[in-house]
Design a protein around this ligand. Structure first.
Ligand SMILES: CC(C)(COP(=O)(O)OP(=O)(O)OC[C@H]1O[C@@H](n2cnc3c(N)ncnc32)[C@H](O)[C@@H]1OP(=O)(O)O)[C@@H](O)C(=O)NCCC(=O)NCCS
Length: 191
């Protein structure tokens, strides 16, 4: 479902996948071939959320931006199931593990991995191509091993899954209603 809020309607590339139970609110932009999975909430009623191309926001993740805040998610990013992102930046190619939390002003560098369940502190800046884990998340090593495998495969896997759903007529952004305070329209306005 897309919700227009205070004149801002989510803008989603026609090639994206948006699961039927995802909710996109306000000033949200989703780029080409990105996938927004079941139960995801992208709430930019006051701030801004930008998601690049080929990124995957997995089931039940919550992405928020506060008034005057911005959450930026680059291209080829994976945001794992149930992750929470608030006014932060996730650079290209990074992976935020399931149930991880990235707090206000934090930056996750390109191609880095945040291990499942970790919490990235307010204003923390994590460099490129590292693995960070724990509460609070600390850099554990340079990108290698199992974490490097995740980075290598997660984008192509989510692209394949999204294409399969789209072939089965599930997740076309055009199929979503756009709701607003004043009206209800069938079929989203897309970029
Ligand atoms: C990080 C991860 C990918 C493992 O990668 P890896 O390269 O095999 O990492 P390692 O096992 O070498 O771990 C490196 C360090 O981080 C620690 N660590 C790894 N995962 C951790 C976690 N979830 N929480 C806390 N510490 C963790 C390890 O204990 C190790 O610590 P040490 O250096 O003190 O020994 C994996 O643990 C993980 O979190 N995967 C998340 C996958 C996911 O959520 N994908 C998206 C949804 S499908």
């Amino acid at each position: 479902m897309f919700i227009e809020y205070r004149g801002k309607t989510p803008q989603v590339a026609a090639s994206a996948f948006v699961a039927p139970t995802a909710v996109l609110i306000g000033n949200v932009v989703v780029g080409e071939n990105s996938s927004i999975w079941f139960g995801v909430v992208l709430r930019a009623d006051e701030g801004t959320i930008r998601i690049g191309a080929r990124s995957s926001i997995e089931d039940n993740a919550v992405v928020h931006s506060s008034a005057a805040g911005t959450t930026l998610i680059g291209s080829d990013v994976t945001v794992g199931h149930c992750a929470v992102l608030d006014d932060c930046t996730i650079e290209d190619g990074a992976l935020v593990g399931s149930n991880a939390v990235v707090l206000q002003g934090a930056v996750v560098g390109a191609n880095s991995v945040i291990a499942a369940g970790s919490v990235v502190k307010v204003s923390e800046r994590l460099p490129e191509r590292i693995v960070a884990a724990g509460v609070p998340a600390k850099v554990r090593k340079l990108l290698a091993g199992g974490a490097a495998d995740w980075i290598a495969h997660s984008t192509s896997e989510s692209l394949g899954q999204a294409e399969a759903y789209r072939r089965d007529n599930i997740g076309d952004p055009h199929s979503h209603d756009v709701k607003s305070a004043s009206r209800r329209k069938r079929g989203a306005v897309l970029v």
